[in-house]
Design a binder for this molecule. Structure first.
Ligand SMILES: *Cc1c(COP(=O)(O)O)cnc(C)c1O
Length: 346
């Protein structure tokens, strides 16, 4: 079956808007900067995982699943979106979270609990081992469990971003926009690999540049993206061969990489980039993915690395701002943000 004919369930609101970041464009003074608001997809505040889940949960429904399991870090956006989608489709949500119980529900974790998720904290054992045990437990109760892969990034999930590029290509034609580059985050690779394939398949006028969530060499390596993208292409008979030339990953300076020190480690440089967009456009990024990517975008525009003066760029906002309400982040930001507070005599 052709990739555009694959069936999916309806979970999100599309097309997500494309907006021009007028103030950021002026501030940088190079080329036009746009944003694709995939942070507004819904459900449960949405984000990029929704587009993948529409295909994955169709498969779950077809298999007669009554419960959905996925895993991730404590603050996984993927987990929160999967839970929202499962609840909407009448399936029981189950999350297996690495890193142990923090003893306090904040950010995404609080939302997961509000949606009635069965939450299992994995500490000693690997999530895979625990998943086996948990699946067995629910199956013994008569549930049919569907397992969503990490980040929703298997070949089927990646179709979400192949088709997202079609949506963007249609929108920029309609709105008569000239876009030279699309910038997204690369984590579990579904978004980036899907976008590269979509750009080739639908003859997009832009290339795709990604900023990784962790530094070299632990980050998603270019060769892995090539391998995964070609696997997707083969699965759906797309007739596309992705090569290393197609895979542009911007790591940033060695001494201060865009990813910060490590995955999900909040750092002041990322926070500055989140505040830059909040202050200028009233749009919120997240500390783990999009804040880092936006920093990369600003840097690439300034340095004219990948993005030359006068070229226009579209930032894909993949969501995640709920992680701003994680206790650690709130605590970290207090001193800096209190500087804006004034006591009056009134
Ligand atoms: C998961 C996630 C990403 C990374 O997308 P992948 O498809 O896993 O590479 C980017 N941004 C946010 C907010 C996410 O939650």
């Amino acid at each position: 079956m052709k990739v555009e004919e694959l069936k999916k369930v309806s979970l999100g609101h599309y097309p997500t808007p494309i907006e021009k970041l007028e103030n950021i464009t002026k501030l940088l003074g190079k080329g036009d900067v746009y944003i694709k608001r995939d942070d507004t997809t819904g459900p449960a505040f949405g984000g990029n995982k929704t587009r993948k889940l529409e295909y994955l949960l169709k498969e779950a429904q077809d298999q007669g699943a009554t419960a959905v399991i996925t895993y991730g870090g404590t603050q996984t956006n993927h987990g929160r979106t999967t839970v929202g989608a499962a609840v909407k489709l009448g399936m029981k949500p189950i999350l297996i979270l690495s890193g142990g119980d923090t003893g306090y529900l904040s950010g995404n974790l609080n939302l997961d609990a509000m949606m009635g998720t069965d939450i299992y904290f994995a500490k000693e054992k690997s999530p895979v081992e625990i998943t086996k045990e948990v699946v067995a437990k629910y199956e013994a109760q008569g549930d049919k469990v569907y397992i969503v892969p990490v980040g929703g990034s298997n070949t089927l999930g990646a179709v979400g971003y192949i088709m997202a590029v079609k949506e963007i290509v249609d929108q920029i034609k309609e709105q008569n926009l000239k876009i030279d580059h699309l910038v997204c985050t690369v984590g579990s690779m579904g978004t980036f690999a899907g976008s590269i394939l979509g750009a080739k398949y639908f003859n997009a006028p832009f290339d795709v540049i990604a900023v990784p969530v962790s530094p070299r060499p632990k980050g998603a390596k270019e060769a892995d993206v090539v391998k995964f993208a070609n696997e997707v292409s083969k699965t759906y008979d797309m007739g596309i061969e992705v090569t290393l030339d197609d895979v542009k990953i911007a790591y940033g300076p060695d001494e201060c990489p865009y990813s910060g020190e490590a995955y999900n480690k909040p750092d002041p440089v990322t926070r500055d980039s989140i505040i830059l967009l909040a202050k200028n456009e009233g749009i919120f990024l997240d500390p783990t993915y999009t804040g880092k990517t936006f920093r990369g975008l600003v840097d690439m525009v300034k340095n004219e690395e990948y993005i030359k003066a006068g070229e226009s760029v579209m930032f894909v906002h993949t969501g995640g701002a709920m992680a701003l309400w994680t206790k650690e982040h709130l605590d970290d930001m207090q001193t800096q943000l209190r500087e804006n507070c004034h006591t009056t005599q009134l």
